[in-house]
Design a protein around this ligand. Structure first.
Ligand SMILES: *Cc1c(COP(=O)(O)O)cnc(C)c1O
Length: 380
């Protein structure tokens, strides 16, 4: 089956009990046993829940992996993943990361003696230099949050494997509708399903998908041991969001292109970061690695923080809020919001200055979004 059909049918049979076409929400924390340890596969909902199980096998299918696991948030998934790496482990991570990911890496570095090195994995030379020495984990976002830098996942996976590392890709921005890291060589894909997969800004969720069963079983053990699992209702809502991922991503991209055309070359804008523009330094890689550039456009305003405040006051359709990937357009100021936990010097060293604004383009009429951004830039 092709991808848009798999979104709706893969691993989602009609309910075997009733024929319901939608996966029922099994609100039960526990399951009757006919004798001690005699049961139908479900014992306790931290270990497994039938609604979550359908979501998990759907995620595995969409990401071309063997094992899918759902979590209570993206960071819940990431924290569980980090449990795999004892003190002394060497981790090579990208240098432009979601702020919460960076914060937890730093916590593990300080608290547990894990070695974390941040490298611009978008530069193959830098990745190769860092992976000359053995490593246990390579962690890459592509595209990155918020600067939409790309990592050549095939090359980095090859380098990571040669260094003996497990290679993990955060595929939150691209989604499986636009990029398949496991097919490019990654061992594990991570998601914040809060974003495009959920798609409606109404739940928190996360996911890990493992290419190999053995890695997946280790993660499944940790998922149960740590317990950062989603509720059955949230599992259902992610499944429901997944059904429309194909049409939503096309609409997000139409909006993002309309917005990118307005900001590209505008006198108030110093830099535009959007992999769908020819001016993006990795445009060729984007065309090769992704089937579309996605729905996020990041801009750097010339006037810094003061210009950002004027721009934000001028927006009528975009809502100032954290998060992204929902049907409604959202605007974020990383320096003071999503990435405020990263110290200024570190942030600015890799380009997240006070003028940076991240636009999550929703599925409203693209012309309204373009008008909104044009009018707000006019006030800068
Ligand atoms: C939001 C986000 C996360 C964290 O996910 P939560 O669901 O907020 O815990 C991780 N990675 C990326 C790229 C994100 O955008």
């Amino acid at each position: 089956m092709r991808f848009n059909t798999r979104l709706i049918h893969a691993q989602q049979p009609a309910d075997p009990l009733t024929g319901a076409v939608n996966t029922p929400i099994y609100l039960s924390s526990t399951y009757r046993q006919s004798a001690p340890n005699r049961h139908r596969g479900y014992v306790y909902s931290r270990s497994g829940n039938p609604t979550r199980a359908v979501l998990e096998s759907t995620l595995a299918d969409l990401e071309s992996g063997r094992v899918g696991l759902a979590f209570s948030s993206g960071l819940g998934a990431f924290a569980t993943l980090l449990e795999m790496f004892p003190s002394g482990s060497r981790i090579v991570a990208g240098d432009d990361l979601y702020g919460g990911t960076w914060r937890l890496f730093e916590h593990h570095r300080r608290q547990f003696g894990v070695r974390v090195e941040y490298v611009d994995l978008g530069r193959p030379g830098a990745a190769a230099a860092a992976l000359k020495e053995p490593a246990d984990l390579v962690y890459a976002e592509s595209p990155t949050n918020p600067l939409l830098k790309l990592v050549d996942l095939r090359t980095v996976a090859r380098l990571g494997h040669a260094a003996g590392a497990l290679v993990v890709a955060d595929n939150t921005f691209a989604t499986p509708a636009r990029q398949h890291p496991i097919e490019l060589g990654a061992d594990i894909v991570l998601h914040s399903t809060t974003k495009f997969l959920g798609g409606h800004s109404d739940i928190l969720g996360g996911a890990l998908v493992a290419r190999e069963r053995k890695v997946g079983e280790r993660l499944a053990w940790l998922q149960n041991a740590v317990g950062a699992v989603p509720s059955p209702v949230d599992s259902f809502l992610v499944l429901r969001g997944i059904h429309t991922l194909g049409v939503r991503m096309s609409a997000h991209e139409a909006s993002a292109r309309a917005v990118a055309e307005v900001v590209d070359g505008h006198r108030a804008v110093r830099t535009v970061h959007y992999p769908g523009l020819r001016s993006h330094p990795q445009y060729v890689l984007a065309r090769r690695q992704m089937s579309g550039p996605g729905g996020i456009v990041t801009i750097d305003l010339r006037g810094g923080g003061a210009a950002v405040r004027r721009f934000l006051r001028g927006l009528k359709v975009f809502t100032l809020a954290e998060s992204l990937g929902g049907v409604e357009s959202l605007v974020d100021h990383p320096a003071s919001m999503t990435h405020a936990s990263v110290p200024r010097a570190e942030r600015e060293a890799h380009g997240v200055t006070d003028g940076v604004v991240r636009l999550s383009c929703g599925i409203e009429d693209p012309a309204d979004l373009a008008d909104d951004v044009r009018a707000a830039l006019g006030r800068v």
